[in-house]
Design a protein around this ligand. Structure first.
Ligand code: SF4
Length: 159
């Protein structure tokens, strides 16, 4: 039981959080400090997903700032959308936004989501996320780092 005593003595060790970034949007009523996020891959190469996994993993720990991934848009306050919007994902993205209760925040994550990057003229691409649904928060980068993703989420949660 030595290890148990040690765990109780040490407690939970995390790096001290810096000051919360300036808010980028007015958070929807009731979500300050507790933002439920549904991730939508609209046509990503999965590079952004790797970084999102890092952002919600134990090192960057987005949950300590009040952001949490959920499995359904009906449970979500925010959508975290990655990738260019492909033809097959345009309507599912619109439907996912429609299924997310208002007030909601749409976060476009990665350069593809913001401006299509090198996929701009591809035949299967409808556009950037902002061409298909309204975007409230932008996270630039290819891919954005977990630190940048966490900073953007904190700018919404206010923590
Ligand atoms: S922004 Fe970069 S990492 Fe993210 S989906 Fe586009 S190409 Fe991939």
């Amino acid at each position: 039981m030595g290890w148990l005593r040690k765990i109780l003595r040490v407690g939970r060790v995390v790096e001290r959080a810096g000051n919360a970034p300036a808010p980028t949007v007015k958070p929807p009523a009731g979500v300050r400090g507790s933002l439920q996020v549904r991730h939508v891959d609209a046509g990503s190469c999965n590079g952004c997903e790797v970084e999102i996994a890092g952002a919600f993993g134990p090192v960057y720990d987005a949950e300590q700032y009040g952001a949490r991934l959920v499995a359904s848009p009906r449970h979500a306050d925010a959508l975290l959308v990655t990738g260019v919007v492909t033809r097959n994902m345009a309507d599912p993205l619109r439907n996912t936004v429609a299924a997310t209760p208002k007030p909601r925040v749409i976060i476009a994550c990665g350069d593809c989501a913001l401006n299509r990057t090198m996929f701009g003229d591809a035949y299967g691409v409808v556009g950037a996320v902002g061409d298909v649904v309204p975007v409230d928060v932008e996270i630039p980068g290819c891919p954005p780092t977990p630190t940048e993703i966490v900073a953007a989420l904190r700018s919404v949660t206010g923590k």
